[in-house]
Write a protein that binds this ligand. Sequence first.
Ligand code: URA
Length: 483
Amino acid sequence: MRSAPVHLPLTPPAILPVTLAAPDDFTGWRDAARALLAAAIPPDRIDWTVAGTGMADLFAVAQPLPAPVTTMAQPVPRALLHLLRHALLHRAPGRFALAYRTLWRLRERPRLHLDPADPDMIALAALAKSVRRDLHKMHAFVRFRKVGEADGRERFAAWFEPDHHIGRAVAGFFRNRFAGMDWLIVTPQVSIGWDGATLREGPGGTPADVPGGDAVEAEWRAYYASIFNPARVKVAMMKKEMPVRYWRNLPESALIPELIRRAETRVDAMVETVRSEADLFAPAEPGGRRFESLTALYAALAAEDTPPSPGFSSHVVPGEGLPSATILLVGEQPGEQEDKAGRPFVGPAGQVLDACLAEAGIDRASAFLTNAVKRFKFTSQGKRRLHATPNAGDIAHYRWWLAEEIRLVNPTIVVALGATALHALSGRKQALAPVRGDLLPWQDRRLLATVHPSYLLRLPDAQARDIERDRMVRDLRKALAAA
Ligand code: URA
């Protein structure tokens, strides 16, 4: 989908109409914006319309530009471009004008996009946020129904009504998630389909285009009942997260009243489990030794520790941060770069973590960062050292040191980054998803588990990465609020 090239009148009319091919035509908008900026056409002279929704384009007096414009004279900062990609999927009619005005103003104020108080930036951020929320809802609440079989492959269809123009934007996410089946998602604006090889798009439709009720719904119900987390039951919150208008499309919604009724009993049982697991996390070091300071602890760790299994670096990496931090974050183990620098979270995962912390309003220097396992474990491939996952014995070996660090820092909340950290803190291997983002009572503190930043780096799909990154920032904000 490409828009027709923008033709600019030699003597521009008072208002210049620019017509985009579709409401989500980011490429068309970007190409037009380049040409318009190069020709120094101010924002108040442009009327942005979408083909099929306005008449303005009929009156354009077309003259080709003297030369095609392929890049912006002034590069657009990546962070702003990223924001615009989401903001322009919003259904607000003024979004294209707002985005162009921002680029126009950027010529005079190159750091405009970094000003959180600027009204245009506030408006763009609000549009992008609303679109990201819509993307998240669509990823989470599309429910497929089996509609038949063809050439030995099962076919599924789903109806969904997003708030914004995200129908095409989610296609990659669903292709990656459901690559093995044929599916069709119908929305009011567009339908997208996958046949195992090609993504296709067609016109929008109605709920009547998707036949109702089937065996897959029974599977969804069983699955939902099994992952239902009673500790999370807050009806107002549920309605916010899963707005009631989506409920009618969700086979599992019929289960909700009964699950809520049973929730109280199950919560009691869960709190009991967390408490008894917390007791596990008081392993007395042989000899009952306690350190007076983190400096003394790390000196002893460096001097006394022998690696618990083969494949570890020759030296340990201590934690770092404010010794009296109220938030302590636990990672898995130092990576290659951390091993070289002797500091936690300084490599690629550290950069992702830094950005998420900053977005959540947490100053890295006023938190404390450490790892469940204190040495880099790796396998060699030529000169390269590749990360190797620590095993249960490795995690157990360093648990006492981690416990001692937490006792000395004495944080209000401990954040487990990923499954290894959760394993170390809870004393047993367990899935992260059921407790992710929950504030759990843990010893006399709180524990919140979220994903490891390297998980975000490994996600192949940009959309999924954005969604997961937003979730991680939300989790960290929750930790900050609890601290
Ligand atoms: N991953 C971790 O878990 N810890 C680090 O320090 C770096 C990467």
